[in-house]
Design a protein around this ligand. Structure first.
Ligand SMILES: *[C@@H]1O[C@H](CO)[C@@H](O)[C@H](O)[C@H]1NC(C)=O
Ligand SMILES: *[C@@H]1O[C@H](CO)[C@@H](O)[C@H](O)[C@H]1NC(C)=O
Ligand SMILES: *[C@@H]1O[C@H](CO)[C@@H](O)[C@H](O)[C@H]1NC(C)=O
Ligand SMILES: *[C@@H]1O[C@H](CO)[C@@H](O)[C@H](O)[C@H]1NC(C)=O
Ligand SMILES: *[C@@H]1O[C@H](CO)[C@@H](O)[C@H](O)[C@H]1NC(C)=O
Ligand SMILES: *[C@@H]1O[C@H](CO)[C@@H](O)[C@H](O)[C@H]1NC(C)=O
Ligand SMILES: *[C@@H]1O[C@H](CO)[C@@H](O)[C@H](O)[C@H]1NC(C)=O
Length: 371
């Protein structure tokens, strides 16, 4: 029993010293043709080794090949493998002299495997993202070898965002996840992200290099309302009888809702970004506020409308009259209601109604005290 163990360890000792006594920095090194081999897992290989160039004993030349077959012809050795199914093997070709000194070359051999799949996702819980936050894109590459030759590129639409490489030097296939941080802005809403794995195996490898793309993912970014159009002149001066359009169009996700506050504290219930008057009168003068909101925030846009009477407009130069719009009445898509539903009471009549209201309140108080 001990004898067998001793023999086994002695043999492995011999095999170890055999490899370690091999000098790769000698003159007249064995030469492989082709000089480097890049083979897809499962494919065949055929390489010849010329053990020495300036003469050596063909009895003392050889090839160490863990797999495949070899054929010797003088100092030339042919190594063939029908189906390469090893990931990490060392193939040496050598010649030695009488004192067992070995001069050898190691065959640069790469066994590769394109990824089974490349997929992209955002780290963390799925669902919409928020503007101004940092998120991590992850690109999962499955069953690729050698991962050290893989470069992953992240894309936003057609724009490359960045690249990632593995630090792993394993020759067997691995699964690896590559990441990239992105900061979201409103421009990222509805944008497509994808990633691509590229195996770069040098000039002996497949040309062009192997590419595997992921599917697209569409990002949803929630953001508070932001005004679309340019800011309007202040105040908006419009001549009586002319049309007027007030526009506070905004973008946001979720889609914003609009509420208008008209002069004389009247509310418009219409959920429209524009307010259209086909023909303004002096009653349309005053301050309009457009309240734009969604679940993430709100903005108020104020329009101060000054209506010029026809008489005053003829005495003043026409260039000072500013109209906020040129929209014809027939194509106006938005509400025209405020022009007709605006309270007809003047400011003096509304203040007198407040006086009457206060008087009634005082009277009722008096009665309740007496009772
Ligand atoms: C061995 O090599 C020589 C010279 O390169 C060639 O002429 C000969 O045909 C080869 N023999 C075999 C069996 O391949
Ligand atoms: C074999 O080569 C080695 C290294 O060049 C040298 O030191 C040694 O003397 C050689 N032996 C013979 C028998 O030529
Ligand atoms: C992903 O989107 C990009 C641009 O947005 C497009 O060019 C590409 O064809 C899409 N890929 C797939 C797999 O749909
Ligand atoms: C890679 O992932 C796949 C699917 O999850 C799994 O079947 C496979 O065993 C993994 N491979 C390695 C090397 O971990
Ligand atoms: C994202 O924002 C953080 C903090 O504001 C910043 O440190 C980081 O550099 C940004 N990253 C990118 C890719 O713009
Ligand atoms: C309101 O303004 C926006 C941005 O300028 C514009 O896209 C939109 O067509 C305008 N709406 C109307 C009804 O004119
Ligand atoms: C207003 O319109 C937007 C977009 O059409 C919609 O998402 C929103 O729910 C509406 N708001 C109200 C209060 O009806």
């Amino acid at each position: 029993m001990f004898y067998i163990l001793w023999v086994v360890s002695f043999v492995s000792f011999l095999l170890d010293t055999h490899a370690s006594s091999c000098d790769e920095n000698c003159a007249d090194k064995p030469v492989f043709t082709p000089p480097t081999v890049v083979v897809k897992y499962g494919d065949s290989i055929s390489v010849t080794c010329s053990a020495c160039q300036s003469g050596c004993n063909d009895e003392q030349t050889g090839l160490e090949n863990p797999v495949g077959d070899k054929t010797k012809n003088g100092t030339t050795i042919l190594w063939t493998v029908d189906r390469m199914t090893e990931w990490d093997i060392n193939v040496f070709c050598y010649h030695s002299n009488a004192s067992d000194y070995q001069c050898c070359s190691l065959l640069p051999l790469t066994v590769y495997k394109p990824p089974d799949s490349v997929s992209i996702s955002f780290d963390g819980p799925s669902g919409p993202m928020f503007e101004g936050h940092q998120y991590t894109l992850q690109c999962k590459v499955q069953n690729v070898a050698p991962v050290g030759d893989l470069t992953v590129t992240f894309y936003r639409g057609q724009t490359a965002l960045g690249q990632a490489k593995s630090t792993n030097d394993l020759k067997k296939p691995v699964n690896e996840t590559f990441t990239l941080s992105v900061n979201t802005s409103k421009e990222d809403d509805g944008v497509q992200y994808w990633c691509e794995g590229k195996l770069e195996l040098g000039s002996e490898g497949p040309q062009p290099p192997l590419l595997v793309k992921s599917e697209n993912i569409t990002s949803t970014v929630l953001y508070k309302p932001q005004l679309e159009g340019p800011s309007h002149p202040e105040p908006i001066v419009v001549t009586e009888g002319n049309p007027l359009q007030l526009n506070c169009s905004a973008v946001g996700n979720p889609s914003p809702s609009y509420t208008w506050t008209l002069p004389l504290a009247d509310f418009s219930s219409s959920n429209s970004s524009t307010l259209v008057f086909t023909s303004v009168t002096s009653r349309n003068e005053g301050q309009y506020t457009c309240h734009v909101s969604n679940t993430l925030g709100a903005i108020d846009v104020t329009f101060n409308v000054v209506v010029k009477g026809l008489l005053t407009s003829t005495t003043s130069p026409p260039t000072t009259t500013t109209s906020a719009t040129t929209a014809p009445a027939t194509t106006a898509p938005a509400t025209t209601a405020p022009a007709t539903t605006a309270p007809s009471s003047s400011s003096s009549s509304s203040s007198s109604s407040i006086l009457i209201y206060r008087f009634i309140m005082c009277f009722m108080l008096l009665i309740s005290v007496v009772v």
